[in-house]
Design a protein around this ligand. Structure first.
Ligand SMILES: [Zn+2]
Length: 189
């Protein structure tokens, strides 16, 4: 029996009030779901790319917003992206911190902020991975009734493992996040 014949038979079964062969419905639904899911992932990826492009295109203004100096491409570009003012302003800013005895704290704050954004990225990627793993659609694709049951079982185990692993990792990361946030809060600059 080919796929088309199976569909015809399933329709006939439904008309007669019988239970149709289950396989077709699992298969059909999942293909649709899979397509939907793929479209969603694609759209999300495009949205992310757009955001990246927007960031890349954010141009450095001609004049430093703080001292009105004409900005130098090579020196000031990076500084502007990091600190929203020119290189000279940053040097002045850091000198003032040194004089006030706050430079070390400021450095530490920078390091902690980097750690925090790294931890947040990790958390996000684990959540993504977990969502991805609990998505069963690929497994049901083009397999027979008996195989569906087998693979479903396999998938459930895998899912449990992923849940367990991601839960552990998330617990650890959230703890780290709290610690870093606490340290950041204790630095009052
Ligand atoms: Zn400036």
């Amino acid at each position: 029996m080919n796929e088309h014949q199976r569909h015809v038979k399933a329709r006939q079964d439904i008309m007669k009030g019988n239970t149709p062969e289950k396989r077709i419905f699992v298969h059909m639904e999942d293909l649709e779901e899979k397509k939907k899911r793929e479209d969603e992932i694609k759209a999300e990826r495009e949205r992310k790319n757009d955001r990246m492009d927007a960031l890349k295109e954010a141009k450095t203004p001609w004049f430093c917003p703080e001292c009105d100096k004409v900005m130098n491409k090579r020196l000031d570009d990076k500084m502007y992206r990091l600190h929203n003012h020119c290189f000279d302003c940053q040097v002045k800013f850091e000198n003032k911190l040194r004089i006030d005895g706050k430079y070390d704290e400021w450095e530490e704050e920078k390091v902690l902020n980097n750690q925090l954004s790294y931890i947040k990225d990790q958390i996000e990627s684990i959540v993504d991975w977990k969502d991805e793993a609990s998505n069963p659609f690929d497994i049901f694709d083009s397999v027979g009734v008996k195989e569906i049951e087998l693979k479903k079982e396999k998938w459930t185990q895998n899912k449990e493992q992923v849940e367990k692993m991601s839960e552990e990792a998330l617990k650890e990361l959230n703890k780290m996040k709290e610690e870093v946030e606490e340290k950041l809060n204790s630095l009052a600059i």
